[in-house]
Design a protein around this ligand. Structure first.
Ligand code: ADP
Length: 467
């Protein structure tokens, strides 16, 4: 990359120099050409002033021919008809032809001054001619100098042009080298850091460069590494959660299985228990099977709510009827615990999945009964705010300690393992509630005071059916 940049830099630089060289040359040579023409005119005027036209002219300009090299300049004096009267050239005047038709002579006769450029057959070189009419007589004075055309001044200007091109090219090399180094160095650094990128250490400490474009690359690389880091963390967290869930679930299943196995073994052993004990054992086996079924159903429900990969059937649900139905189911349990249930339900028809709403109410009210005190109270209130549904389940129970208030929504979390086991629960109830609330984009809050009671409030947005 460095070589390519330097090469291009030099190419552009030399190109620019050649272009400016040509421009410089044409401008300077044009100026020089103009100056030369002016010099020629002045020398003719000076000559005109110094000549005495009453005396033989040839003798007067002969002096010029001795001081002038034939190659430098040639003066000619013509009469009004174009015949050569005097000439500083080497040829005899008699042999010189009439100059009347010459371009510069014609122009001088019409405008007072005339210029021409052409090949001289007399001295066989390209010449520049200037002719003026004399101010003191009828004569025409003419000067001719060798002129090689456009390349005339090349000899003078070429060295300086070449020197400036060489110096600029050298400068270009040095500058391009320096510049490419400042670009390639951070690029190499970035490449090195990216090459040594490790998943275990996803933090990328990329340098800040003086170039905005490079900084954009480093910024997006940093952002990418950050999202990789976040993603890795998320995957790791999910892996841990799953692992914990499996170990918890197997642990939860192991307890009822061990009991069932124990009772079955006794029932099958030689020491056949009496009828009453047999019945008792069979009843226990049934209870354990029921709790296993509950656990498995809860696990299935959670996993379905998490994956959301199946069509959820929604129907219009009359909340008052659903609540009544649930209370009917829970009433015997409440009565057994000596807990009184009080409900208040505003007329509300919602559009949701019936099982979801059932699970939500069953778990919240079920917990309010389970974790209550004898002669305790449970208040259930269902209202609406706009199209939102508000469910409040309040109890005068044992309360939840502050440190557990967030954790009760975790899977298999129980405030007091021993106590909860006695009151029979999977430890998944509130986790299911939370999943259902999230499914409908709602929120759940918990307020609790130890030994005073707890209040769970659920708000489900935009769920009221359009009537
Ligand atoms: P569980 O099946 O054990 O009831 P939950 O997920 O429904 O599982 O509840 C988690 C834990 O939160 C319970 O074990 C209990 O300790 C506590 N808890 C839930 N509801 C209440 C309540 N209304 N009053 C006091 N403690 C509660």
């Amino acid at each position: 990359m460095r070589k390519a940049i330097i090469k291009r830099f030099i190419l552009v630089m030399v190109g620019a120099m050649v272009f400016s060289g040509i421009l410089f040359y044409t401008t300077v040579s044009n100026t020089m050409h103009k100056n030369t023409k002016e010099d020629m005119r002045l020398s003719l005027i000076m000559l005109d002033n110094s000549l005495d036209y009453t005396e033989p002219l040839m003798n007067q300009i002969k002096i010029l021919s001795t001081t002038l090299d034939q190659k430098q300049a040639r003066y000619t004096i013509l009469d009004a008809k174009g015949d050569v009267i005097a000439d500083t050239g080497t040829m005899d005047i008699e042999n010189l032809e009439n100059h009347f038709e010459r371009e510069e002579v014609q122009k001088a006769l019409s405008d007072g001054i005339g210029y021409a450029k052409r090949y001289s057959t007399t001295i066989k070189t390209q010449m520049l001619y200037t002719a003026v009419t004399s101010s003191k007589s009828d004569y025409i004075l003419r000067i001719a100098i060798p002129y090689s055309g456009n390349s005339e001044y090349l000899f003078w200007l070429l060295p300086s042009i070449m020197i400036s091109i060489t110096v600029s090219a050298l400068l270009a090399v040095v500058m391009a080298d320096k510049l490419t180094k400042t670009i390639t160095k951070p690029l190499q650094q970035i490449a090195y850091i990216m090459d040594n990128y490790k998943e275990e250490n996803p933090e990328l400490s990329l340098p800040n460069t003086p170039y905005e474009e490079l900084n954009i690359i480093t910024q997006s690389a940093k952002k990418m590494s950050e999202s990789v880091e976040k993603y890795t963390e998320e995957i790791e967290f999910e892996r841990m959660v799953r692992q914990e869930f499996f170990s918890n679930a197997s642990h939860e299943l192991k307890t009822p299985i061990t009991s069932i196995r124990g009772y079955t073994e006794i029932l099958l052993s030689e020491f056949t228990p009496d009828e009453a004990t047999r019945e008792e054992f069979l009843k226990r086996i049934l209870t354990e099977t029921e709790s296993m079924t509950n656990l498995i159903n809860d696990i299935l429900l959670i996993s379905r709510l998490e994956t959301r990969d199946y069509e959820i059937e929604t129907t219009e649900i009359r909340m008052a009827m659903l609540l009544q139905d649930i209370i009917k189911t829970l009433q015997p349990i409440a009565a057994k615990q000596g807990v009184d249930l009080q409900t208040e339900c505003k007329p509300a028809i919602i559009k949701a999945n019936k099982q979801h709403m059932r699970e939500l109410l069953l778990n919240l009210i079920g917990n309010a009964i389970k974790y209550n005190k004898p002669n305790g109270m449970v208040y259930v209130t269902i209202t609406t705010i706009g199209r939102d549904l508000l469910i409040e389940v309040k109890d005068t129970g044992i309360g939840i300690p502050k440190e557990s208030r967030v954790r009760v929504f975790e899977r298999f979390y129980r405030v007091d393992k021993g106590r909860s086991r006695k009151v029979d629960g999977t430890g998944l109830g509130l986790s299911i509630v939370k999943h259902i609330v999230n499914f409908y984009g709602g929120n759940i809050t918990l307020e609790s005071k130890l030994n005073v009671g707890s209040t769970f409030t659920v708000r489900l947005p935009e769920i009221k059916a359009n009537m």
